[in-house]
Design a protein around this ligand. Structure first.
Ligand SMILES: Cc1cc2nc3c(=O)[nH]c(=O)nc-3n(C[C@H](O)[C@H](O)[C@H](O)COP(=O)(O)O)c2cc1C
Length: 349
């Protein structure tokens, strides 16, 4: 199967996935009866990798490399990113590195949004030369390197040798002219992994946990003999995020994986993420309801975040990091077994 066809299949499969619960259901904000906040004073402006952005979320890596269909998707996502002054990542650019005629499916974003914060994207099999080409292709402001070995294993034509991935990342970090972000693709990370990535020198980590787009299911749908044991694999996003934030590393964390509402975003920011990343929600909205619906969806997220901030008695994004919240259920069980204290979140003021 061609890379172009595979990319189109991934989009179709992702759109058809439905989630009956949020991975953030175990996280509960503690109600603030004596709030003194004012809706009109809520300010969503924040910084991400030293750039000012107007709201604390980004359009996460998805596409390009699937011919004209993906050019159109990237163009519309880039227009939305420009409209709201939020960052956007493209999907893996390996397709354009292997086939030059796919370059414009990515480059289109810079044509429509010359000043937007764009993130290039490649898998950790990439060389330094690949990374420099990907950055150059879209004049990227940052580079995402994804670690996706469960997806590769489930993919019939996927990689089977992961022995050089961390070494590749280390070389890319040393040579990149822009900040490098290490990310998962929906299976989450442990704090040991995040610590190792920090020691390698990355400038940010996207824990991209389970609970949203499920690449095991996507790849299994394309397999003759499904590897169904991978369908429930991974660490849910809030769990991975708390594992990472308790390290207190001096780099920003991105929460992605199953973020589908302003409440999920608020919870992710309160757990210590600098921004939230969303893919599934945005591609589903764009592809099934159109561009105007995507803009409406983002407007609604921004408006609803203001309501939630007012309810929580905060006016700024950094203040969200101090609101008290309770961690229940399986998330609590996991963290307790891993020796992470959850009481600190419930008792802070
Ligand atoms: C259609 C589609 C294609 C994706 N392609 C990539 C990719 O090329 N590179 C990457 O790092 N992540 C890719 N992802 C993963 C997302 O960036 C994100 O980590 C994951 O989907 C979890 O977020 P979500 O639950 O909001 O979708 C893709 C996701 C979707 C839905």
């Amino acid at each position: 199967m061609s890379r172009e066809q595979r990319k189109q299949d991934h989009i179709q499969e992702a759109i058809q996935q439905h989630h009956t619960r949020s991975p953030f259901d175990d996280i509960h904000f503690i109600h603030q009866t004596l709030a003194t906040s004012t809706f009109d004073q809520c300010n969503l402006e924040t910084t991400f990798l030293n750039q000012s952005i107007s709201a604390p979320f980004l359009i996460n890596a998805m596409t390009g490399g699937g011919g004209e269909k993906t050019t159109r998707i990237n163009q519309q996502l880039a227009e939305a990113a420009r409209h709201f002054r939020i960052p956007m990542a493209v999907g893996s650019q390996m397709a354009a590195i292997k086939e030059k005629q796919q370059e414009h499916t990515y480059r289109i974003i810079r044509d429509v949004a010359p000043d937007t914060f764009f993130l290039a994207n490649l898998g950790a099999e990439a060389t330094v030369e690949d990374a420099l080409r990907a950055i150059d292709m879209i004049d990227a402001n940052a580079l995402q390197i994804h670690f996706n070995h469960i997806q590769e294993l489930a993919m019939p034509e996927g990689d089977r040798d992961f022995s050089k991935r961390v070494a590749h990342l280390e070389k890319i970090v040393a040579s990149s002219p822009v900040p490098v972000i290490a990310k998962e693709v929906g299976f989450g990370m442990t704090q040991e992994a995040v610590k190792q990535l920090y020691e390698v020198g990355v400038h940010a980590v996207d824990v991209s946990g389970a609970g949203g787009t499920n690449f095991s299911q996507i790849e299994n749908a394309r397999r003759h003999l499904p590897l169904s044991f991978f369908n429930n694999w991974g660490i849910e996003t809030p769990t991975a995020l708390i594992e990472a934030t308790t390290l207190r590393l001096p780099i920003p964390l991105i929460a992605s994986g199953g973020i589908a509402s302003s409440l999920d975003i608020a919870k992710a920011l309160s757990l210590g993420a600098s921004v939230a990343g969303m893919s599934g929600l945005f591609i589903k909205t764009l592809q099934t309801k159109g561009y105007d619906a995507l803009i409406l969806c983002m407007e609604q997220i921004i408006e609803d975040l203001r309501y939630i901030m007012t309810a929580l008695n905060v006016h700024t994004i950094p203040e969200l990091k101090n609101v008290p919240l309770l961690i229940k259920g399986e998330t609590h069980h996991w963290l307790t077994e891993r020796g992470i204290d959850t009481k600190a979140f419930a008792q802070r003021t």
